[in-house]
Design a protein. Structure first.
Length: 106
């Protein structure tokens, strides 16, 4: 399985996207904090976090007895650059050219 496949698999699940949104809102959350936002078992949340970690979307750091979870936006950016940006570049370039042409006429 490629890195892109892992990221797409991780992003395919709404619970995992919700966990990423939580970490985006406030990074460095514990499992207990993340679990309190979901109606599922601690073990279920741990399984979702493991998939996110394997995809590189979440990184962890120990702080004493706690394990803190942090969002890593780099894999999402790489997906954007590879799969989204190249398909929209032509349209954006056309709009920039149109804007420049219209401004030069006035």
């Amino acid at each position: 399985m490629t890195d892109d496949d892992r990221v797409f698999k991780a992003l395919a699940d709404p619970t995992r996207r919700f966990l990423l949104d939580l970490l985006f809102a406030r990074d460095g959350r514990t499992l207990t904090e993340l679990e309190s936002e979901l109606e599922m078992t601690r073990f279920g949340v741990m399984k979702h976090l493991k998939v996110l970690e394997e995809a590189g979307l979440v990184v962890t750091r120990r702080s004493g007895r706690e394990k803190l979870h942090f969002l890593n936006p780099v894999p999402i950016r790489l997906i954007h650059d590879r799969w989204i940006d190249k398909y929209t570049e032509r349209q954006v370039t056309a709009l920039v050219d149109l804007k420049a042409e219209l401004e030069s006429e006035s």
